[in-house]
Write a protein that binds this ligand. Structure first.
Ligand SMILES: [Zn+2]
Length: 142
């Protein structure tokens, strides 16, 4: 996928419709076409990048302040919103479907049916101190 075929790049170039909520020189935020709840917004860098690690720090650091501002406004304007998920699927196995970095701002309300699913074993598995240290040591130092 490149900038010619990437739907988010097409949106950035204003060649496809998006209900744009925010835009500056580097970032666009627009309403998700298939919202989990009302107000579900996507925030993207204008420059094409598939993964977070490809973003320069300037772009990366611009995403969350905008997300927080949008989340605050959603809570003000859509009162049934009781919580927010900030979510990035960074790679196909993480659930990424559009291969252009996007930060979801997902308004949540009680029993809205959205969430992560885990297998039975997950709930019964707690790592020991040694196992947690071993997990840390595998990636340490950062
Ligand atoms: Zn793109």
């Amino acid at each position: 996928m490149n900038e010619k075929t990437c739907i988010f790049c097409i949106i950035v170039n204003k060649e496809a419709f998006a209900a744009v909520l925010y835009e500056d020189d580097d970032i666009v935020a627009f309403m998700d076409i298939k919202p989990i709840n009302e107000g579900h917004t996507l925030i993207i860098p204008k420059k094409h990048a598939v993964l977070v690690e490809e973003l320069d720090n300037k772009l990366y650091l611009k995403l969350f302040p905008i997300a927080r501002k949008i989340a605050k406004k959603i809570k003000e304007k859509i009162p049934e919103t009781t919580a927010i998920n900030y979510f990035i699927a960074d790679g196909e196995d993480a659930g990424q479907e559009i291969f252009h970095v996007h930060l979801h701002v997902i308004p949540r309300k009680p029993n809205d049916g959205f969430g992560f699913t885990f297998d039975e074993e997950y709930y019964n598995r707690l790592l020991s101190e040694k196992e947690r240290e071993s997990a840390r040591d595998k990636i340490f130092p950062i």
